[in-house]
Write a protein that binds this ligand. Structure first.
Ligand code: ADP
Ligand code: ADP
Length: 237
């Protein structure tokens, strides 16, 4: 469903962050992207959602070529991709429910005034998602009253409300303790299976990658140095 061909990114500073990346992600596959700091993991995710403009190559999401889209078409294509962030990117003063719904609205600032007119189907779906991620009891809590693991669960529900086909996940567990990290990775893994979602999960922790991904891609110096099943990964990567 996602294909990168010969993708290269050179930043204006001269850093070659990605060098000739070829990668194809089938529907429903959970891929972990590992590699040392500076390997190009964030750049790769950002090229896919076009927060960063690749310097060369092409990226296709299903039948749409993402490189060179007009901004209107790009906005449309981006709806198929949802982001989950390391620092959750919640709005602290809004409730759990409001944060999830803001994913659909796309513009948090106006959210409160929209409350009454918000499509009922979205509210029902947000409620179901929050139940699914284990926060059905906390809909009215403010985001800043939650633990890190709960905040990430809100981030996951918000991403899924967008009804994406691809999840782009940037270091989802970097701020969490080991036990919570495993719970969050297991949840993402299960939700991908339930919804037939593909995911690219940028993650430092090789053991988590091994445990929860279908496939591991190792980056180093902007190049793919490993691409295979978790069981095929050697210790030295
Ligand atoms: P990772 O996510 O694996 O840590 P990054 O994609 O953040 O790697 O970085 C890859 C390389 O690109 C590094 O050399 C980094 O310094 C460089 N880089 C990342 N973002 C920028 C930027 N906005 N401007 C210039 N260089 C950047
Ligand atoms: P990570 O390694 O988790 O990707 P970084 O600390 O490398 O995060 O990057 C944080 C921010 O700084 C990102 O927005 C990235 O694009 C930017 N950045 C990283 N390296 C450089 C660089 N050499 N020059 C300019 N911006 C950079």
């Amino acid at each position: 469903m996602l294909t990168l061909r010969a993708v290269t990114k050179r930043y204006p500073t001269g850093d070659l962050a990605l060098n000739d990346i070829h990668l194809s992600l089938p529907r429903g596959q959970v891929m972990a992207l590992i590699g040392p700091s500076g390997a190009g993991k964030s750049t790769l995710i950002r090229c896919v959602n076009r927060l960063v403009e690749p310097s060369g190559g092409s990226i296709h999401l299903e039948d749409t070529e993402l490189t060179g889209l007009s901004s209107g078409r790009l906005r449309q294509a981006r709806r198929a991709m949802a982001m989950i962030f390391q620092e959750y990117a919640l709005v602290d003063r809004l409730t759990v429910m409001e944060n999830v719904l803001s994913g659909r609205l796309g513009y948090v600032g106006f959210w409160r005034s929209f409350l009454r007119r918000y499509p009922k189907t979205d509210v029902i779906e947000a409620f179901r998602l929050l139940e699914r991620v284990g926060l059905g009891h906390a809909l009215d809590k403010r985001a800043d009253a939650l633990s890190g693991g709960q905040r990430q669960r809100v981030g996951i529900a918000r991403a899924l409300l967008q009804d994406p086909r691809l999840l782009l996940v940037d270091e989802p567990t970097a701020s969490l303790d080991p036990k919570t990290s495993r719970q969050i990775m297991r949840l993402i893994r299960e939700l991908c299976a339930e919804r037939d979602l593909a995911a690219i999960i940028n993650i430092h922790d090789v053991n988590l990658a091994r445990q929860f991904a279908d496939r591991i891609v190792g980056l180093r110096g902007g190049e793919i140095v490993f691409d295979g099943k978790p069981g095929e990964l050697n210790a030295e990567i």
